[in-house]
Write a protein that binds this ligand. Structure first.
Ligand code: SF4
Length: 938
């Protein structure tokens, strides 16, 4: 037979280098196949705890990211006007000299004149350490415009939230409910989890106005009205409480449900929890009938007790919850119209959750001992789990909505139990175990502590002596007292307005603030380019670091070009947002699997250099020399506390390497590389559930350096710090809010979850349709938008319009519509989508590009048919006639309320391209070639 000779197993690479993906924030392990020193292809690492070999479209397209024509090539100094894109390439010495000359005098004089904000980086424990050493109070990352409501509500309620904080018990859950999750946050792990539970016959319910991604593979899709998730959840809470389908044993033992709320209306502590002299919450012990601190050995807290003292009756949190949620206000019939889900369906969903949680409950034969010293023979499984993300949190009621979801989980007893939701180390970690915000500025010296943290009452606010906000973004002020991640989206507008004060230098990293990361894109561009009466820019200096020629580059004065993720060191640290699993602590690194072919440097290494030039104590040796040669040196040798460094694996002990605590080990990075780029330490059997209360877990966590001592705590169905802010608004205490905020604080900072209409001020009569965005699965995190492979999937974005609105407006696929909000208008192509809430339109976010950015052709579909909804959104709400402009954000955390956008649409003649079409910027990297082809290897 004359058969062709086929090589069925061609040699694809000379070498495999194992590192961590950064095409999105999931941090999967990847095997980078090298041929002739170049990246030949990328596959998933089968041994990696996060993805177990699974690789998504983005991950494999990383090869086009490291070859993208849009990569910046050298430091740049602006030579044309801001926004022109005219730069000249300069040396690193000159660039760092300029930065030092700008920053040194600020630090000596007033460090708060520097605003240092980072976007989607994964090194926040490092960048915050740098900013703290500089001494500015003005530091945060992008959480304020992303999902701080989710993170903060989770930590205040139960010591952790979804995604990086925890995960469903994929091995045991039988009902998985998603709220407001697109295909992102998170990606591979959720896909793998859904695959796993579906193979077992478990049910998936997706609650989302848009049926795409995970909602498209859900068994049930609930096309809720945007912004009403909290009301829907509290209605299900009503049904469950009414039916008695709550886990009273769990509530009594592990939550503050049996704690007493001070009922003395005349007291300055009215509404706070009763505590003993040591500050411990008091419960009524069912055995003794006496008031007892909650954590005493053998105590059996009574949910239904009352405590009468001095003629005053104090009731438990459970009592207050029953009063509120059993009210007919939360009955399905009362909420159905507003949430867009029939009363019958709400009841059916609540009944299904209850059936699975209680009728399909099971026990694991695993003994464990709780913090009260009681040993339990088994672990009680409640196989219902939830996951949620930006969809419910990016509203002005997002914090309370996220709280409501956590309360629902807790009422079911399905947190940290088999089948339910489980924390990933270093979580659980209650708000009380996190730092408080710090803002004390001393010229020439570091800040007095970490910038970000958790407030527990007015005393923790970041205010100046005159009561004005201490931070440029007004985080931790009366405007948004619990803004744990800062408010990056307000920095430019506040700096421009000089409110609360002027700054000198805006220093940003990986944050596309002149494009898709800002509300009011046109307005922000104007703020960045506007000059004062002397002809000087209102924001005097802007330094920006990015790996790519993004839209923001044109608006900076000095560009510090970053590397791509395959050319750098990184650590995905337990001090930050690690890659842990519910059963294990884990962290990971990136390392340069290829060397940059351009004059670029990893941003964190640049900060090590700049920190030394500025004599920052954390970056300078006693003799004045540079402390860390680069970021790799910092990763290995920095100690946050004695024996605790950025990486937990392969630290030095007395008898060789050890995990968690230990001295620095010069071979640590090599150890990681040999192990595939990651480190895992499994939690011992029996310690891996009930983590907040499990004595064995607490001891293990102390050994790993996650805690300094065991710190069991109660879940907070009732978030007492919120009541402290209300008390201040009612006139108690020395620190008082401004009068115009009193009513809002009283109304919104309820210690038990409430629902209010997040878009009540948005003129719903004129603008009746909600407009949303999502990131597509292939481009979760927008830095992949110019990727040559991924662009073929999403080169432009239509506005998806539900069938009803298509018919009402006489629209057909391919027509164009004018979309108008109270703030502006855009003209865009439309496409019909049936599986969509009938009063909602949506599009993919960040596909539209500015002409000249990202090295794309000016006629690229991203620039001609792509568009942003950002033009329709403003950081301030429309005027409501009280002389004030209120922020378009959550009043508790300040999270940007992206998804409260209301619009109207009308058919229009097709323009030549999407509107508004902005003038092109000059590309500092030129334009990419028409064809981009190369062959790796012979
Ligand atoms: S899910 Fe994210 S981290 Fe994982 S392979 Fe895909 S892009 Fe990379």
């Amino acid at each position: 037979m004359n058969q062709p000779k086929l090589d069925l197993s061609p040699k694809v690479s000379d070498e495999i280098r194992k590192t961590t993906c950064y095409m999105c924030a999931c941090r999967c392990g990847i095997n980078v196949h090298m041929k002739d020193g170049k990246v030949a292809y990328i596959e998933g690492n089968r041994d990696h705890p996060v993805n177990k070999g699974v690789l998504c479209a983005k991950g494999s397209a990383g090869i086009m990211q490291v070859n993208a024509p849009s990569r910046l090539r050298a430091p740049l100094k602006r030579v044309g006007p801001r926004g022109s894109g005219e730069f000249e390439e300069i040396s690193w010495d000159e660039a760092l000299g300029i930065a030092t000359n700008w920053l040194e005098p600020i630090r000596k004089d007033d460090p708060s004149k520097l605003a240092f904000f980072t976007g989607r980086d994964q090194s926040q424990s490092f960048t915050s350490f740098w900013a703290q050493n500089f001494g500015t109070p003005n530091y945060a990352a992008h959480g304020g415009f992303c999902s701080v409501n989710m993170a903060a509500a989770g930590i205040y309620t139960m010591g952790g939230a979804f995604w990086e904080f925890g995960q469903p018990d994929w091995d045991h859950t039988k009902l998985f409910m998603l709220f407001g999750v697109a295909e992102d946050h998170d990606s591979n792990p959720i896909k793998m989890g859904i695959g796993k539970i579906k193979a077992r016959g478990a049910r998936v319910i997706g609650v989302n106005p848009i049926r795409t991604g995970y909602n498209a593979v859900a068994d049930d899709w609930v096309g809720i009205t945007p912004g009403t998730d909290g009301l829907f959840i509290l209605s299900m809470v009503h049904c469950l409480m009414k039916a008695g389908k709550i886990d009273v044993n769990y509530l009594a033992q592990y939550t503050n449900a049996p704690c007493f709320v001070n009922g003395d209306e005349k007291s300055s502590e009215f509404g706070l929890l009763l505590r003993d002299d040591d500050g411990k919450e008091l419960v009524m012990d069912r055995t003794t009938g006496k008031l007892t601190p909650f954590d005493q050995k053998g105590v059996k807290p009574d949910l239904a007790a009352t405590h009468r003292h001095a003629g005053i009756t104090h009731n438990t949190v459970m009592h207050h919850m029953a009063d509120r949620y059993l009210s007919d206000d939360y009955a399905p019939e009362a909420v159905a119209e507003r949430v867009g889900i029939s009363a019958q369906r709400i009841r059916t969903l609540a009944a299904e959750i209850a059936r699975v949680a209680f009728d399909e409950a099971f026990e694991l034969e695993q003994e464990w001992t709780d913090f009260r010293g009681q040993t339990h023979k088994t672990m009680q499984g409640r196989p219902v789990s939830f996951h949620s993300m930006r969809g419910i949190s990016a509203h002005a009621n997002g914090f309370q909505t996220c709280r409501a979801l956590h309360v629902l989980q807790i009422l079911l007893g399905s947190v940290e139990v088999p089948g339910g939701f489980r924390f990933k180390p270093p979580y659980p970690k209650p708000a009380t175990a996190h730092p408080k915000p710090h803002c004390k500025v001393t010229p020439g010296a570091p800040l007095d502590g970490p910038h970000l943290g958790f407030t527990h009452g007015p005393d923790d606010l970041a205010l100046r002596e005159d009561g004005t906000p201490a931070r440029i973004d007004k985080a931790f002020s009366w405007d948004n007292p619990m803004s744990s991640h800062g408010l990056m989206h307000m920095v430019i507008s506040n700096a421009y307005a000089g409110d609360p004060y002027k700054i000198d230098t805006l220093f940003m990293y990986m944050a596309n603030m002149s494009w898709n990361s800002s509300m009011n894109t046109r307005g922000v561009i104007d703020m960045l380019t506007d000059t004062d009466e002397n002809g000087d820019y209102v924001i005097p200096r802007i330094i920006y670091s990015d790996a790519y020629s993004s839209e923001m580059v044109a608006y900076a004065d000095l560009i510090l070009p970053d590397t791509t993720y395959l050319e750098r060191h990184d650590c995905i640290s337990l001090l930050d947002r690690p890659i842990c699993e519910a059963d294990a602590a884990a962290d990971a690194i990136r390392w340069p699997v290829i060397e940059p072919d351009r004059d670029v440097r990893g941003f964190q290494s640049v900060l090590c250099d700049l920190g030394a030039r500025l004599n920052l104590p954390g970056f300078t040796n006693e003799d004045g020399s540079q402390k860390y040669d680069d970021y790799a040196d910092y990763i290995v040798n920095h100690e946050r506390k004695p024996g605790i460094g950025p990486l937990a694996g392969w630290r030095m002990g007395e008898n060789g390497t050890q995990s968690g605590r230990g001295a620095a080990n010069e071979s640590q990075l090599e150890n990681y590389i040999e192990n595939g780029g990651f480190f895992v330490e499994h939690i011992p059997q029996g310690a891996n559930y009930y983590k907040p209360w499990n004595a064995d877990y607490q001891d293990w966590a102390v050994g790993m350096g996650l805690y300094d001592s065991p710190q069991p705590y109660l879940f907070s169905l009732y978030v007492e710090p919120m009541r402290r802010f209300q008390l201040a608004a009612e006139g108690h205490g020395d620190r008082q809010p401004p009068d115009h905020l009193r009513d809002r604080i009283k109304a919104t900072m309820d210690p038990l979850p409430i629902w209010y209409d997040p878009a009540a001020e948005n003129r719903a009569d004129e603008f009746p349709i909600t407009a949303l965005t999502q990131r597509p699965m292939a481009m979760y995190h927008s830095w992949g938008s110019q990727n040559a492979w991924l662009r073929q999937l999403h080169g432009h974005n239509p506005l998806y319009v539900p069938t009803k609105l298509m018919r009402e407006n006489g629209l057909q696929d391919g027509d164009w519509a004018r979309v108008t909000s109270p703030h502006g208008a855009i003209t865009v192509p439309v496409l019909e989508m049936a599986a969509l809430n009938e009063n909602t339109v949506w599009t993919w976010n960040a596909i539209g590009k500015r002409k000249g950015a990202w090295a794309l052709d000016e006629n690229a579909p991203e620039a001609t048919r792509g568009f942003l909804l950002n033009h329709l959104i403003h950081e301030l709400l429309p005027p409501k006639g009280d002389g004030l402009r209120w922020a378009n954000s959550d009043p508790i955390t300040g999270q940007a309320a992206w998804f409260d956008l209301k619009v109207r649409i009308e058919k229009t003649d097709p323009p030549t391209e999407s509107q508004p079409a902005m003038d092109p910027v000059k590309s500092p990297v030129g334009r990419g070639p028409k064809d981009l082809t190369w062959k790796v290897g012979k």
